[in-house]
Design a protein around this ligand. Structure first.
Ligand SMILES: NC(=O)c1ccc[n+]([C@@H]2O[C@H](COP(=O)([O-])OP(=O)(O)OC[C@H]3O[C@@H](n4cnc5c(N)ncnc54)[C@H](OP(=O)(O)O)[C@@H]3O)[C@@H](O)[C@H]2O)c1
Length: 175
């Protein structure tokens, strides 16, 4: 049984994951409940994958302290970046990369984002589950969760949860 690739991400109602200048203030000022299911989800993965812009954003937000030290972490970039104690930088074909991870035993893989890396995973049909937490905000423009021209995906609704003002939509991808 392969490990699942799961997207766990927050979006505005109009489908953006950040403003154009990469602000998430619109998201952080929504009244949620607890940590909005994050730690429960975090327990289900042992590997974290993200694009370089998301990594830079996270490092900036956390004042240089990498937050996912207890997981295996990979950051996609086309530049040459030296690995850190906690992060391996990869410049690989996404399908090949997931194939390699699937040869290793392990739990699920969290695809953190952002939109650019996600679109490569969608086009290569590498996503098994999507958990999208919708914020009650329409922000007009920004970095889209899904890009025009991405491939189509058929999904089945696995469940929903609400965290005060947030709604979490949990889908499995139909094969
Ligand atoms: N709302 C949420 O829950 C959420 C979650 C995640 C991220 N975000 C936000 O999303 C924003 C970033 O998203 P984004 O779409 O602009 O960028 P991204 O997908 O995080 O990163 C894009 C970068 O990743 C590298 N990359 C992407 N695909 C690659 C591939 N196939 N092979 C090798 N390298 C690849 C490239 O890095 P190089 O340029 O270094 O080559 C590219 O510039 C941030 O503001 C972040 O805060 C929000």
């Amino acid at each position: 049984m392969n490990r699942k690739v799961v997207v766990f991400i927050a979006s505005s109602l109009d489908g953006y994951i950040a403003t154009e200048d990469e602000s998430l203030e619109w998201l952080f000022n929504v009244e949620g409940e607890g940590d909005n299911g994050t730690s429960e989800f975090y327990e289900t993965v042992d590997t974290v994958v993200m694009g370089k812009r998301t990594y830079d954003w996270v490092m900036n937000e956390q004042a240089g302290e990498f937050p996912y030290k207890d997981k295996e972490c990979y950051v996609f970039t086309r530049s040459t970046v030296e690995n850190t104690e906690h992060v391996t930088f990869v410049n690989d074909d996404v399908s090949h990369f997931i194939q390699k991870l699937n040869h290793e035993k392990g739990n699920n893989i969290w695809l953190v984002g952002g939109g650019e890396l996600l679109s490569h995973f969608i086009r290569e049909k590498l996503i098994d589950e999507l958990i999208v937490t919708i914020a009650p905000r329409i922000i007009g423009n920004g970095i889209p969760l899904f890009k025009a021209g991405d491939d189509t995906l058929d999904l089945s609704l696995k469940g929903t949860q609400t965290f005060n003002q947030f709604v979490e939509l949990h889908y499995t991808v139909n094969t």
